[in-house]
Design a protein around this ligand. Structure first.
Ligand code: KIV
Ligand code: ZN
Length: 407
């Protein structure tokens, strides 16, 4: 039986892109957006149009290019912000204006310098204006998890009365805990949503490493939209990682009987594309898409995986799109074969770069019998000083992947 549908709202191009070292130009944003569409996200948040001309142009370009997904533009609760977002979304097939204001007393006093009443009025006016410009309006209460809950519910109720159909509960500073967050979502559901056709969304940051756990707890409590990013990039410690949420739901469907439209075999290519665009390697032990996610080092683990991959792997590399090319490159392979393999993996190189990597490759091949794709990617990311370490320690049991029966 099909589980209830969870909408995936990707904010890699907005929250992700605004974090240090993750900026993208217009062409890169459009390329990334095309891949997100292929991946199967429901919503692409393409930028914050009033923040810069670049963001405005990016939202426009993504809206022109991506016709099968909803394209969202972020704005504060001021009329110029809302109108700029609406203008950027003018030609979108499925536009969504996403307006936000902080609701915690801390933010009201020190950042906005507004009273609680004033914030309620700003919410009412911004959502009403947004609804005049777009069919779909999302409202976010920034710093929701440190806000007074009764006041938070009052602000959400104001947004819903003014026409918002998606209310987003951000854990802006990554402060909440799963049990606490799920209690908050239940409260919002009972106090604000009731039997109205309003979707509760969550947006979790990872300051305590709990963004994905909090997101999953919220789904169990009634959230039906999750906001997340590829590779978990985003402000400070980042946002909840899309690939981890999608695979948790797929692998543990027994505990989480929900569905997304994510084509999970596109997860790894999407992760690699982002990594190459922003020039930021994925941490090796990153769940799902890190280069060690399917590598087995300890002898006892290797033996177990060879006998039956289920011993140590809860999902197949294929299910997340990790390439399992069994073409074995060894010390007899030439530059051409090496360059071709890199091309298959999505890396095109100049002849001088091939020469340089070839030297490292042969030095590794002298020590390691089989060189797998993960090793080749690792070679790009490490200098020659660590090449020997890879040769003696990390062994990828690539041959066993293809026979797996897991998801
Ligand atoms: O973290 C946050 O509160 C945000 C909002 C704008 C949704 O990014
Ligand atoms: Zn955020």
């Amino acid at each position: 039986m099909a589980g209830e549908r969870i909408a995936v709202f990707d904010t890699t191009l907005r929250d992700g892109e605004q974090s240090p070292g993750c900026s993208m130009n217009l062409a890169e944003k459009v390329r990334m957006a095309q891949q997100l569409e292929t991946l199967g996200v429901d919503v692409i948040e393409a930028g914050f149009p009033i923040a810069s001309d670049g963001d405005f142009a990016a939202v426009r370009a993504v809206a022109a290019e991506c016709r099968s997904v909803t394209v969202a533009a972020l704005c504060r609760t001021s009329a110029p912000d809302v109108l700029r977002a609406a203008e950027a979304l003018e030609h979108a097939a499925h536009p969504r204006i996403h307006t936000f204001v902080a609701t915690s007393d801390l933010h009201l006093e020190y950042k906005l310098k507004k009273s609680r009443r004033e914030v309620i009025e700003m919410t009412r006016q911004a959502v009403s204006l947004a609804r005049e410009c777009a069919q779909e309006v999302e409202f976010s209460a920034e710093d929701a998890t440190r806000s007074d809950v009764d006041y938070l519910c009052e602000v959400f109720a104001t947004a819903v009365a003014a026409g918002a159909t998606i209310i987003n509960v951000p854990d802006t500073v990554g402060y909440t805990m799963p049990v606490e967050f799920s209690r908050l979502i239940r409260r919002v559901r009972e106090q604000v949503v009731g039997d109205r056709n309003v979707t509760i969304s969550v947006h979790c940051h990872d300051d305590l490493g709990l963004a994905v756990a909090n997101t999953l707890a919220a789904i169990e409590a009634g959230a039906r939209q999750v906001e997340c990013t590829i590779n978990g990039i985003g402000e400070r410690a980042g946002n909840a990682s899309l690939e981890e949420i999608a695979m948790a739901m797929k692998v543990r469907a027994d505990q989480l009987p929900f569905e997304t439209a994510i084509q999970t075999q596109e997860l790894y290519p999407t992760s690699q594309l982002l990594s190459s665009i922003i020039g930021c390697p994925v941490q090796p032990n990153k769940a799902i898409v890190g280069r060690n996610a399917f590598a087995h080092e300890a002898g006892i683990h290797q033996h177990g995986v060879i006998s039956n991959p289920l011993c140590y792997e809860i999902m197949t590399p294929e299910s997340v799109g990790v390439p399992t090319n069994n073409l074995v490159l060894g010390k007899h392979s030439g530059r051409h074969a090496l360059a071709l393999r890199y091309e298959d993996l999505g890396y095109s190189m100049q002849p001088a770069e091939v020469d340089e990597i070839y030297e490292r490759f042969t030095s590794l091949a002298d020590r390691k019998k089989h060189i797998y794709d993960q090793d080749l990617i690792a070679l790009l990311q490490v200098g020659s000083a660590t090449t020997e370490r890879i040769a003696t320690e990390a062994v990828t049991v690539g041959g066993s992947w293809a026979q797996s029966t897991r998801v």
